[in-house]
Each structure stands twice: as C-alpha cells, then as structure tokens.
Design a protein. Structure first.
Length: 383
C-alpha cells in the first residue's frame, strides 16, 4: 500500500508536468482531458490486465520523457501533426517486433544522442521554476526547501515530490492564493483529434518516440525484472506498447511503455516479498486509472491553484528526468554528439523547414560520426 500511495504522488507530479505542457501548447479543455486519458487511463488498463494475468509487476504509463518532448514541440508543429507522428511511431514499434529491427534503430539513433536532446527539452521547465522564484518566493521557495529536506530524510521510502506537493498547496491555501470560486468543466469530455501528417513532424517525432519506448523504457525495465527473478513476456509487452500508442494517439501523443523508475520501485525489494509485489502495481494501476477517469478535474485544478504550484511541481518532477538524461549523456562512450544535440535543442535553429529538434538528432549523429567514430563503432558491437 505504501508503494502504491507513493506512486500516486509521482503520478500527481507528472500531471503537473502535463498541465504545464498543455498550457504551453495552448490546448483546449477537451484536448487536455483526452491527453490525460491517453497518459493515465489507457496504460492503467493495460498494466492491470498484464499484471493480473502474469502475476508480475508490469506498470504501464504514458512515457514522461515523451510528454516533455511533445511539450517543447508544441510551438513547432500543430497538435494534429503531433498526433499523426505519434500514431506512426506506434505503428513502427508494432512493425519492428516481428522484423527484429529494434537493435537496428538503436544503432542508427544511439540513446546518448536522444538523451542529449531530452536534456535540452527538459531544461526550460526547470529554469522556469527558478525564474518564477523571484516573484513567488513563498510557494516555490517553500516547495523547493521541503523537497530538499525530503531528499535527505525520507527518500527512498517516500518520494520527496510528495511532501513538496503538499507544501506548495498548503502555502497557496494559507496565503489566500487558492481561487475556490473558479469553475471548470469536470465532466469527462475528451476530444479526439484527427491526425495530420507532415514530413518534418514525422522525421522529428517518430524516431525519438521509437527509441524512448523501446531502448529507454521497455528494454531496461525488462532487464530489471529478469534480475529480480521474473520472466516478463517481452514480445507481448512491446506489441502492447505499440498498439497502445497507436490507439491512444487520437486522444494525445503519448508513448505507452513500462516505466523504468516505477518498475524499479514496484518490482524491487522495497515492494515486499517477490511473490506479492504485483499487488503494488494492481493498486497503482487503479490510482492511475482514476486519474484518467477524472481527467476533467485537471482543468479545475489549473483554474483553482496558482500557476506557481504547477510550475514548481513540474520543475521538481523533471529534476529526476534531467538527472537521468545527463547521466546517460556523460556516461559515454559518445560525448560530443549528445552535447551538440543538447545545445541545438535549446536553440531557435530553423533550416529548410525543419526546427531545432530535427537538427538536434541529425546534428548529433553527424558530429559523433565525424569526431568520435571509434566510440560509435564500439556501441554497434555491444548493441
């Protein structure tokens, strides 16, 4: 139960990321509701059914790396274009399973370059937290202080984001910043978006989503599960990731996959005896589904709470994402390619109709092939 409640806190933090992303993109309430359903409701059902069937902790979620990636692309492509690219990424995952092309993609687009891009995508959210700190010292400063104390005193038993979230909301209430008179549409009215396809969006979005679903999430999660003595149905997990991504894309571009941090938490020793750890995922999936079912309340949350609460929770939640991305970038063997990908992502570069995320991918690949080819070749051998 403690593990499931802690996962609920993490789900809330990711919801803050999604709400900030939705505001950045300029989505309607119905589109926000649909995106939350895609990120929470659909993966919850898949994870619950798989976990119950195999009695293995298999927690499916909307990939937070992809949510951040999509958020940064919201000013470069239209929402229907992002939906179309997400749909094709899901189809690509489905096709790659029987063809055995996962390793080929990981060779063509090495994970360190993808994580260099992601580090650049995440950084603005974290910077915004500190930029806003000057005007919102109580809420943001208090939440950061509690987060740091939680890191020292309570983790790993309780994620530091949980007391930070409570502190941010409590400070907002005590300072009279909660607008209880605000009204929002709490009825679940998800909007389906007809996909549109453009070459630029497909080449920018689909390859990155493909790597994040397979190389970043599913493969290491299944390795961890095997190390814990489980035998995950690898082929089925990958197929459901692809099918789930395809099916949910019309609600919002969210790659469905196992979550490596959540898998380590729910399938590790802290979750109890090996034979009963799957219960934490069953309960966590129910909480996840409740978030999706009550997606309409998200717009109410964003209306009632001051923006500083969402900004600080999104920033703190993404500190872990940023840390993970930087570790993978600096671990090597590729360094210069990921570094260029990171820098290009943060730029406003536009050439031949393609934006910075596209050039971050190809610039990173080109630099690595040019000046660190031996390291690139070593990755091909071990892939």
């Amino acid at each position: 139960m403690a593990v499931a409640l802690s996962m609920g806190a993490v789900f809330t933090a990711v919801l803050g990321v999604l709400l900030v992303a939705a505001e950045t993109i300029g989505l309607s309430d119905g589109e926000v509701n649909g995106w939350i359903m895609a990120a929470y409701g659909i993966p919850a059902v898949i994870g619950f059914v798989l976990t119950w069937r195999y009695r293995i902790p298999l927690l499916f979620t909307g990939n937070v790396f992809i949510i951040v990636f999509i958020a940064r692309l919201g000013t470069e492509f239209s929402w229907p274009e992002l939906v179309g690219a997400s749909l094709l990424a899901g189809i690509a995952v489905l096709i790659m399973v029987p063809l055995g092309l996962t390793k080929t993609i990981s060779r063509l687009l090495p994970a360190p370059i993808v994580f260099g891009l992601l580090a650049g995508a995440v950084l603005p959210f974290i910077v915004e937290m500190f930029t806003t700190l000057g005007d919102e010292r109580l809420i943001i400063g208090g939440a950061i202080a509690v987060y740091l104390v939680g890191k020292v005193l309570w983790e790993p038993r309780v994620p530091a984001i949980l007391p930070a979230l409570v502190a941010a909301v409590l400070i907002a209430v005590l300072s009279g910043r909660v607008d209880v008179g605000s009204s929002g549409d709490t009825v679940l009215t998800p909007v389906l978006t007809a996909p549109e396809f453009s070459l630029a969006s497909i080449l920018t979005v689909a390859p990155v989503m493909l790597v994040l679903i397979t190389v970043q999430a599913n493969i290491p999660s299944m390795i961890f599960l095997r190390e814990q003595g489980y035998a995950p149905p690898e082929r089925l997990i990958t197929l459901l990731s692809g099918a789930g991504t395809v099916g949910s894309s019309v609600l919002g571009p969210v790659g469905l996959s196992l979550s490596l941090p959540a898998t380590a938490y729910t399938a590790g020793p802290d979750a109890g005896p090996s034979a009963t750890r799957y219960w934490s995922v069953l309960m966590g999936s129910i909480i996840l589904f409740a978030y999706g079912l009550l997606a309409g309340f998200a717009t109410l949350i964003s209306d009632v709470l001051p923006a500083a609460v969402l900004i600080v929770i999104a920033g703190l939640a993404l500190l872990g994402v940023m840390s993970d991305a930087l570790k993978k970038v600096t671990a090597g063997p590729l360094i210069w390619g990921p570094l260029f990908a990171f820098a290009i992502t943060l730029s406003d570069l536009t050439l031949f109709g393609f934006g910075p995320f596209f050039w971050a991918i190809f610039g990173g690949i080109g630099v690595s092939l040019l000046i660190e080819r031996p390291a690139w070749r070593s990755m091909q051998v071990t892939a």
